[in-house]
Design a protein around this ligand. Structure first.
Ligand SMILES: Nc1ncnc2c1ncn2[C@@H]1O[C@H](COP(=O)(O)OP(=O)(O)OP(=O)(O)O)[C@@H](O)[C@H]1O
Ligand SMILES: [Zn+2]
Ligand SMILES: [Zn+2]
Length: 831
């Protein structure tokens, strides 16, 4: 039997399956999706089996055999292998890069070198072996295989002997793949099987073995297994005393596998399904029908903030589980709050696995194994949870589907929404995209259907579940505030609002829209700003460590005391805006209790969770933060939401800036007055007439979409066309410039051959334009210059195929001269 294996070398030349022979001992074990170690270019590398075949495509004499099988159960399923292929085609990444995105970090094994004594030593070799230093020989003969690294570390003085032994063939070298992380095993003590006999033995115990006696008595009383460590902590004694009792057959000592459950210590109150409101009911019925029918379908749930989307998700999942199928729930990373987890754990208990980036690798691996071993039926997590290895998926839910964090910014640059749709196609599953502010792409796609004579896939929920109206929004023109002599960062209205909440003991959420703000260093005398020496971007100031850091390459340096350029002392560090707001609040409202949530206060593990819990327990009057406070929070005592600067995201050079601003304002406004107490919202801005602000003020999504679509149409942006961003980089500017010109030219030629090259504005059904090359907005990163081309196209064009063809001449070049190409299909940001 032949296994076709994708080897973990992420280069374009090796991006195809290689044939290996399957040794007969492995043949019953190897499947499509198995992880194997295979010889490749003189090493053993990790790879995945993507196909099994009877005959090799290469000369059988040149065929090598699979060296090792890494897991008894294949970590990937055939549908995921197929999905990875689809991703590599669509996103122009290598197949292996896509496969790597699907497995937990713990399984990204690394090759290790081992040595062992050659056991077929003939006389001559024996002779040579006997000359090895005795302690080295001892160690080698004790173990069948010894890690080369540990041998080197332990006996640095014998390096020449080891080398010689390897050359002479006295020592043999092997490579094997070792996982970064193993299943955790815990030494556990079990109570005696025969209690009566143990009790008898206890009574007859000689008094001098007091500690062993106590241990046995403790275990008899306890009656259930306990980890050795815990036993020693509770009952005292040493491992030796436990072993002594076990040796008498009165206790049992065994290693058992332990799952690291990050939620083990938490109790989740069980909830029951709520009677649905009318609006929820009709939406639920549509989703449940789709799940029952088992046809792939994409539904867009457009429900205003507080409309009770989560309850609909919960009941739809319940329906899905009843059908014997599994469900995946995607939420944006920062919305994966304890509140969210609680709602799912509360309804489905241990049937839920949670996957997010704040878990340790070990915890994530264990959650993942619960899915793979069919212990859970629901997976909730950030974007990569779409790869949860379920076998029969009935429903995929993407909450806050408009969030940009569903797009992965490093390779594979996939969008979880598109991957979900593809995976749902494989399984006959329904996809529910939920949002109060759907992305323009999703909204346009859903509204196109009725025009094409198909059933609408738009599911609206225009009312809040608890009957509260959406809160009134007051827009404050900050220019007028200044004209009226108010120089504070709080308008009079917001100030007044805060005073009232403090008096009434209600809570306020304050959002500082920080996108586009940066925390940089500037000299007020000469205008000097601190730039990264390797990247064309300013360094960011970190107040805690007093360091200046580059967010792209990690470069760090001490913050200067005086200006490096003019030696002036007037050098200023513009710290995170939230810190300044916090200081101002303390000044204006003495004694005010503020919880600040931003990148600086949420670096620690679970910090996010702890801060929100304190706010939920009403230990603070104000929750102040960046984007993090805008989403998903549902606190009954929040009656005021203030947006300190609505504009900062409007002025970014990004065609989605109006959409992002509208979404952010609508989402954060939605935090107010969700329960019994009515809420209100104050939005401070320098552009009160911008349609993103005025439509958000009226909670008018449809109006915003109409307005925004006009702009997109005029400018030629999605959803009227699609984009691909190609970024090229190299250390030498001249070379980069000429290669990128050649590439763009080649691409235009190929598009012309296909008959699709032409301006989008001409009204052709299929058209493609290549813009550039031009210098990227960040024109140098990690000492490499960067150029970019933007491809705009409309209609059914296989752009990935065009790109691959255009790239071909540049991939095979000599390595030193290689220009690095990075392709971003449907980019979220054009930087
Ligand atoms: N059928 C129902 N009966 C009673 N209460 C409900 C019902 N459905 C939802 N709720 C409550 O309404 C509140 C808002 O619901 P939820 O948080 O799910 O809104 P949402 O649509 O997700 O809003 P957002 O987009 O703002 O996060 C919650 O406190 C929830 O418990
Ligand atoms: Zn200066
Ligand atoms: Zn840098």
């Amino acid at each position: 039997m032949i296994a076709r294996v994708i080897v973990d070398v992420p280069s374009r030349q090796t991006d195809r399956p290689f044939d290996y022979e399957v040794p007969s001992a492995m043949s019953g074990w190897i499947e499509v999706g198995s992880r194997v170690g295979v010889p490749f270019g003189g090493r053993v590398l990790q790879g995945f089996v993507v196909e099994l075949a009877a005959e090799a495509e290469v000369d059988s004499r040149r065929l090598k055999a699979v060296a090792e099988l890494l897991d008894p159960l294949p970590p990937l399923l055939p549908d995921l292998i197929g999905l990875a292929k689809w991703m590599s085609d669509k996103y122009c990444c290598s197949w292996t890069t896509a496969l790597q995105a699907m497995i937990p970090a713990a399984l990204k094994g690394k090759a290790e070198r081992y040595v062992s004594l050659n056991d077929s030593l003939d006389e001559e070799l024996e002779q040579l072996a006997s000359r090895l230093p005795q302690e080295l020989l001892d160690m080698l003969s004790r173990q069948r295989q010894t890690k080369l690294e540990s041998l080197k570390e332990r006996f640095p003085q014998y390096a020449p002997d080891i080398k010689a032994a390897l050359e002479e063939g006295v020592l043999l070298e092997q490579t094997a793949i070792r996982d970064r992380l193993a299943i955790r095993k815990v030494l556990t003590v079990f109570p005696p099987a025969d209690k009566a006999a143990a009790a008898e033995a206890l009574a007859a115990w000689p008094t001098k073995a007091g500690k062993q006696r106590e241990l046995l008595a403790f275990m008899l009383e306890r009656g259930e297994p306990i980890a050795l460590q815990a036993l020693l902590a509770e009952a005292g004694g040493s491992p030796a005393s436990v072993r002594a009792v076990a040796a008498k057959g009165l206790l049992e000592l065994r290693e058992i596998e332990q799952q690291r459950d990050p939620y083990a210590s938490r109790e989740f109150e069980r909830t029951v399904p709520l009677p649905l409101t009318e609006g929820q009911q009709s939406v639920y019925t549509r989703i449940a029908d789709a799940v029952t029918r088992g046809e792939p379908q994409v539904l867009l749930l457009h429900g205003v903030t507080g409309s009770g989307k989560t309850e609909v998700y919960l009941q739809a999942i319940q329906h899905c589980l009843k059908q014997g199928k599994q469900a995946i729930v995607l939420v944006p990373e920062i919305a994966l709050t304890p509140q969210m987890v609680e709602r799912f754990k509360g309804r489905f208990g241990d049937a839920v696995a949670v996957l997010h980036s704040r878990l340790s690798n070990g915890e994530r691996y264990d959650e993942w194994r619960k899915i793979r071993s069919r212990k859970v039926q629901v997976a909730i997590g950030a974007r990569s949870a779409i790869f949860a290895p379920f076998e029969r998926i009935g429903l995929v839910i993407i909450d806050e589907e408009h969030e940009s964090s569903y797009k992965q910014e490093e390779s594979p640059k996939y969008h979880a929404r598109d991957v979900s749709v593809q995976r749902a196609r494989q399984h006959g599953a329904a996809v529910v995209l939920g949002s109060a502010t759907p992305s323009l792409e999703s909204y346009a796609a859903a509204s196109r259907r009725p025009a094409e004579g198909r059933e609408s896939s738009l599911l609206p929920m225009p009312d809040r579940a608890l009957g509260r109206p959406l809160p009134p929004v007051t827009v404050i023109d900050m220019r007028a505030e200044l004209a009226a002599g108010n120089r504070s960062m709080f308008s009079r209205t917001l100030h007044e609002g805060l005073v009232q909440r403090l008096e009434r003991g209600e809570q306020t959420v304050l959002l500082l829209n920080r996108r586009g703000y940066s925390t940089f260093v500037m000299c007020r005398s000469c205008g000097y700003t601190a730039l990264c020496p390797h990247c064309d971007i300013s360094l960011t100031y970190h107040q805690k460590s007093r360091l200046l850091r580059c967010h792209y390459c990690g470069h760090a340096e001490q913050a200067p005391q005086t200006c490096p350029s003019c030696e002036s002392e007037h050098i200023r560090f513009f710290g995170t805006g939230t810190q300044r707001v916090e200081e101002e609040l303390a000044k204006l409202f003495p004694g005010i209790r503020v919880i600040r949530m931003d990148v600086d206060t949420t670096t620690e593990k679970n910090a996010h969770e702890k801060l929100l819990k304190r706010f939920g327990d009403r230990e603070a009057d104000v929750l102040l933060g960046t984007q993090m406070v805008a989403k998903g929070l549902d606190f009954p005592f929040v009656t005021l939401v203030g947006v300190i600067a609505a504009d900062t995201s409007l002025n970014l050079p990004d065609f989605r800036s109006a959409e992002r601003t509208f979404q952010l304002l609508t989402q954060v406004a939605g935090r107010a007055g969700r329960h019994q107490l009515p809420g209100e919202v104050v939005v401070q801005t320098y552009s009160p007439e911008h349609y993103a602000v005025t439509t958000a003020q009226k909670h008018d999504y449809i109006r915003f979409v109409e307005e925004e679509l006009k702009h997109r149409g005029v400018m030629g942006y999605p959803p009227y066309c699609r984009l691909v961003l190609v970024t090229m980089s190299h250390e030498q500017l001249a070379l980069l410039s000429s290669v990128s010109e050649q590439f763009a030219e080649r691409l235009r030629e190929l598009a012309a051959e296909e008959g699709v090259l032409g301006p989008l504005g001409a009204g052709l059904p299929r058209a493609l334009e290549v813009l550039g090359p031009v210098a990227s907005p960040i024109s140098r990163m990690k000492d490499r210059y960067r150029f970019q081309c933007v491809i705009k196209y409309r209609g059914n064009i296989d752009v990935p195929a065009l790109l691959r063809a255009a790239l071909a001449p540049f991939v095979a070049g000599s390595p030193q001269k290689l220009v690095q190409f990075s392709i971003d299909v449907d980019p979220q940001v054009i930087l």
